[in-house]
Design a protein around this ligand. Sequence first.
Ligand code: G6P
Length: 608
Amino acid sequence: MCGIVGYIGKAQAVPVLVSGLEKLEYRGYDSAGISIFENGKIETIKTKGRLADLEEKIAGEGEKLSHIGIGHTRWATHGVPSHINSHPHNSQNGKISVVHNGIIENYLELKAFLKEKGYTFQSETDTEVVAQLFEYYYNGDMLQTARRLLETIRGAYALGILCSEHPDRLIAVRKDCPLLIGLGDGENYIASDIPALLEYTREYYLLEESEIAMLEKDAVHIYGMDGSEIHKDIFHVTWDIDAAEKGGYDYFMMKEIMEQPEALKKTILPRLAENGIDLGDISLTEEEIKNCGRIHIVACGSAWHAGIVGKYVIEEVSRIPVEVDIASEFRYRNPILQKGDLCIIISQSGETADTLAALREAKKQGVKVLSIVNVVGSSIARESDDVLYTWAGPEIAVATTKGYSTQLSVLYLIALHFAKIRETMDESRFAAYLAELKTLPERTAEILKLDAKMADIAKKYANSKDVFIIGRGLDYAAAMESSLKLKEISYIHSEAYAAGELKHGTISLVEDGTLVVAIATQERLFEKLVSNVKEVKARGAKVLAIALEGCGAMEEVADEMITLPKAGDLFTGSYNILPMQLFAYYIAVERGCDVDKPRNLAKSVTVE
Ligand code: G6P
């Protein structure tokens, strides 16, 4: 979703802004633009389309010399992707320029107010209202004006603001949308995410809500709404710039698929203690775990699928009932949370607007929140009672892979830790699970050797119109995640079905040549799946089966067979998804899709 960059300092702003925007492309966008300060006024260059289009336009305007600027990649919410709706948006007198991520909820009301005052609007966006309102309130003092602005606007936002009367300063504010302040030597930055900063600095401030940052070339001052200056801790980026580069792969998605063994090692191994699991310094007490009445897992997209796997695993070993909710449903359905319940929030980015709102709802109802998050210091991480980080490193491709698999691994750790405390499992079973968990990274690496095979199969099915993916239990969760992967990056229509449910309607869509993927990696459900495969075969389906080695009956009925090494049933959700990640990837490549930046999608969904 929209990406923001800003620069003030000794260097030329334009190349810094453009390279920052390139690093934020992964967030998903449909137009881009920059504003700089040149010859005593603000100059804005923007366009619908990709960054390459913007760069061409900038080059066409000749050399641009400025030591301050803001930049933006827009993911359309209010108004179609177009030149006019692209950011930055400028105020009527051209003195104020604004980039914005988020949604201003009361923009219509403010627009009507400003129209009455004689303001005219060019775009359909909520952002233009911010620029005009800033101009309307402007009294020569950017800080005071920003405070008034924040008192008036409602919604979610990260804003970068430039004023031509103060070419030596940049204003940045945020609420419910990410924004970092990068700290350099004689130069400072704003950015929606760390990759945009890494080429220049590894040090940054995290801006809290209702804080106003004033950036100058040699200083950054942060103020509260009462005007007092706030002193903040400096954060250091711990990962390397290489982690945010493609490193020889064609796409980030493939790099991230192949990084899964390493990411799992980093996430699991430090938490495995001598005879149990060490979740570190969490505030959740043994007493609270023992008395936990119900767990509510809340998330969006793939993180929600991880939650479904979590439900199976937690209920199986720790015998606590688990409900799994889509965050956008949870927050508006008046959920019943009771004393002693626990809410587990899952989010790769830690910034998903609906997930953050669900977290706040759970806290409002007095329930403890434990979150599983990949981005350190993100809003969800900061607002939770406890955080268990997935150490996947930066995930750039929109379609998550290593983010998802590390989320599963943390859910296993929670399940086993709770089972041990609640004494719902005997020692030998616990030890066996622990031993398997240790080998999960290696098993993952082994299964990823299916790479070439999945590429071959994908070639055959790249022109499919519809794909149905069936499974039961943990294989059903994998079917849902596989279907999402396929839709996200290859644009093939696909549906996931609990295998036993297909014949209650959807089987009517299966016809000659329809691809049905059958995932069957739980031995106890294996025969049931074979029967379901026979049902679709009888209606002309082509079947790609993903099953455990030694399951000969499936080999007889399937057209394509992928066998996975036998393992225990509990962690199968980590194995069965891997061939399907590869399959979706190769189908997308085969169809010429932009794998890392699929149309209409955003990596970090900061609007509800
Ligand atoms: C977007 C992404 C998905 C992701 C979902 C939740 O829709 O495209 O890949 O699963 O958001 O994101 P989160 O950062 O909260 O895990």
